[in-house]
Ligand binder design. Structure first.
Ligand code: SF4
Length: 375
């Protein structure tokens, strides 16, 4: 664990009240200021000439990185600092690699399929990270859109390779390695881990095991037996685990179109919080009515949170309509706002007098009935 400013301060002349207390030789006004800067690693320990050996040892241990970061064909793995994502965040996503045997007759087709595999996420397309080639020889030509590596080359990396057989053994090994690395900063356990899934398992077992290993604590998965559904499942899980819990998922502020709208179609408005956006977008997509959705930039906050944090104000709505050039894109001058923001109607009308604002529903699920009545 990293030392806090207070823990550091205890060892300094300021806390011990010696003659050098707050002497300013380090460039800081007080020992406490130095301790706080040191805790954030914004100053060198050596700037204070009066540091005791005990603090030197404790501090250098506390800032030591528990897990190495390794880069494989442009993908970083490892470098994790915590056991649980809610403590801070996980850093480098579990790398997902597919093993392809060059002795298989259809290996080129397999590489093509894996290269073309993609799934859509919030503002992003996800692909397989890496292909691991088995039985590769130099006379084999590989035509792949994603990075490849031979199994022999992979052996040269500082990675702890785990051959998965039974779930409990692999699980225990992964947990032990990560705990020894993070809690004890034991160098013997600092290499990132790669689990080679057992190709004898059926797809459902492989998918369940891969899901657990992504959560705890595989830095990389090498998969020989798979199908597209399994890959979609584990990639979506990985993206959820590796988002920063302190940053809400958000979509881009834009004018979104549903069911081929024309310039007179119905227009909704909401914030760019991903959950809100997808709840509303799913409803609009499922209607047999063309529509638009204007998304306001609100730092990824939901409707009421954005309003209370002043991230959804009448002025922001006005500037978004200008930035997105709404007046030139649609003729409709009526905008349906979330029902939770009914109290903003007057200020919206004042800030944007050429538009009429109509109070919509509290819940996305009520949009369908609302549109029927509206039409
Ligand atoms: Fe305190 Fe800075 Fe003086 Fe060290 S150099 S004793 S930290 S004021």
């Amino acid at each position: 664990m990293e030392m806090t400013g207070l823990q550091i301060f205890k060892y300094l002349p300021g806390a011990k009240k010696t003659s050098k207390a707050n002497c300013k030789e380090c460039g800081c006004p007080t020992c406490m200021a130095f301790a706080l800067k040191l805790a954030k690693q914004n100053i060198e320990l050596s700037k204070c000439p009066y540091i005791e050996n005990e603090l030197k040892e404790k501090y250098s241990h506390s800032i030591k990185h528990p897990q190495k970061t390794i880069e494989i064909q442009g993908h970083k793995i490892g470098g994790e600092n915590v056991l649980y994502r809610h403590e801070k965040t996980f850093i480098n996503r579990t790398l997902i690699a597919i093993i392809i045997d060059c002795n298989c007759q259809d290996y080129e087709k397999q590489i093509e399929n894996i290269s073309n595999f993609e799934i859509k996420g919030v503002n992003e397309l996800y692909h397989i990270d890496l292909i691991i080639l088995k039985n590769f020889t130099t006379n084999i030509k590989i035509n792949s859109k994603i990075p490849t590596i031979t199994i022999e080359e992979l052996n040269n990396y500082e990675i702890e390779q785990i051959q998965d057989k039974d779930f409990n053994t692999t699980k225990k090994e992964l947990i032990t390695i990560r705990e020894k690395a993070i809690l004890e900063k034991d160098d013997k356990y600092s290499n990132p881990t790669c689990v080679f899934l057992n190709p004898q398992d059926d797809i459902f077992t492989s998918c369940a095991k891969a899901s657990y290993y992504i959560c705890k604590y595989a830095n990389m998965l090498a998969i020989e037996k798979y199908n597209n559904e399994m890959l979609s499942t584990i990639i979506r899980l990985r993206e959820n685990i590796y988002t920063d819990p302190q940053k809400p998922l958000q979509v881009e502020s834009d004018l979104y179109k549903f069911n081929n709208p024309n310039e007179n179609s119905i227009v909704f408005l909401t914030t760019n919080f991903a959950l809100t956006f997808f709840a509303v977008a799913n409803e609009l997509e499922s209607l047999d009515v063309p529509s638009y959705l204007i998304v306001i930039p609100a730092d990824g906050m939901s409707v009421l949170t954005a309003w209370s944090a002043e991230k959804f104000t009448a002025n922001i709505v006005s500037s978004t309509l200008n930035n997105l050039d709404i007046r030139n894109k649609i003729n409709t001058r009526k905008i349906i706002i979330p029902g939770l923001l009914a109290h903003m109607i007057d200020e919206l009308k004042q800030a944007v007098p050429d538009f009429d604002f109509i109070v919509g529903t509290h819940e996305a699920s009520a949009i369908k009935d609302f549109v029927k009545q509206f039409n």
